[in-house]
Design a protein around this ligand. Structure first.
Ligand code: ADE
Length: 229
C-alpha cells in the first residue's frame, strides 16, 4: 500500500480533510501534531507543521524519515499577488521561491542560497493527477508560482515588491521549505494553495474570513484525489 503525507501549517487548514477520513492514531511531537488515517487501502499521514519555514522543514523531514511517504502534499491558504487570482481560487503550485533570502553580498543571484536551487519545481505527475481529479469532480483549479517567506504580507508596498522581484502569483510561508526538503530526499511533492486574501491592507480580515471555506475546498479536492488512487 502507498503512504501519502498531507501537511498543513495550521490546524484550521487541515481540519476539514481530517473530518472526512477515519483516524487511527494521533499524537503531538515538538510543535507538530500528527495523525495516521486509512483511505481506500492507503496509509495517510496528516500533519500540522506550524507556521513558517523552519517549522515546515522540520515537519516534512520528520515525516519523510519516520513514515517514508511515497508522496507529500501540502494544503493551505495563500495571499494572491497576481490579480488574475481571486479569493476562493484553488491553485496547484508549479514552483516556489524564497522571497526573503538574500546572499547577493557573497555573489549569489537574488533569492538564492548557496548550493540550493533557486526555484524548485513541483512533481509534474502529481500536478497532473490532481488536475485530473479536479476535472473529474468538475472543480476548477489553476496553476501558479509561489513566493515563500517568514512574513504575513498585508500591505500593498511589500506585496508589489515581492511580486516584482519573484514574479510569483501567490505568497505564503511554507511551500519553498517543504519543496526544498522533499527535493533533497527525492520525494514527490506538490502544494495546493487556495487564495484567502490579496496580501494587501485588508489581508488579515480576509484571511480570517475565508480560511474555513478555502480549507473545505482543499479538503474536497484531496478527498477526491485519495479516493481516485
Ligand atoms: N497565507 C495566506 N495569506 C498570506 C499572506 N498575505 N502572507 C503570507 N502568508 C499568507
Amino acid at each position: 500500500p502507498q503512504t501519502i503525507a498531507i501537511i498543513s501549517a495550521m490546524k484550521e487548514e487541515l481540519e476539514p480533510l481530517k473530518g472526512l477520513l477515519t483516524l487511527q492514531e494521533e499524537h503531538q511531537l515538538g510543535g507538530m501534531s500528527l495523525a495516521v488515517a486509512e483511505s481506500c487501502g492507503q496509509r495517510v499521514i496528516l500533519a500540522v507543521s506550524g507556521i513558517g519555514k523552519a517549522n515546515a522543514a522540520a515537519c516534512i523531514q520528520h515525516i519523510i524519515s519516520i513514515y517514508r511517504p511515497d508522496e507529500v502534499i501540502n494544503i493551505g491558504a495563500a495571499g494572491a499577488l497576481n490579480h488574475r487570482f481571486q479569493v476562493g481560487d484553488v491553485v496547484l503550485v508549479t514552483e516556489s521561491i524564497q522571497h526573503d533570502v538574500d546572499c547577493t553580498g557573497v555573489g549569489e543571484a537574488p533569492h538564492t542560497l548557496p548550493r540550493v536551487p533557486r526555484i524548485i519545481p513541483s512533481n509534474e505527475s502529481l500536478l497532473q493527477s490532481l488536475e485530473q481529479t479536479a476535472l473529474d469532480m468538475e472543480l476548477t483549479v489553476h496553476r501558479g508560482r509561489v513566493a515563500t517567506g517568514d512574513a504575513f504580507i498585508s500591505n500593498n508596498e511589500r506585496r508589489k515588491q515581492i511580486q516584482d522581484c519573484t514574479h510569483a502569483d501567490l505568497v505564503e510561508m511554507e511551500t519553498a521549505s517543504f519543496a526544498q526538503i522533499a527535493h533533497l530526499n527525492r520525494v514527490p511533492f506538490v502544494s495546493v494553495r487556495s487564495v484567502s486574501d490579496n496580501a494587501d491592507g485588508v489581508a488579515e480580515i480576509s484571511f480570517e474570513t475565508f480560511l474555513r471555506e478555502i480549507s473545505e475546498r482543499n479538503a474536497t479536492l484531496l478527498k477526491g484525489y485519495l479516493t481516485s488512487k
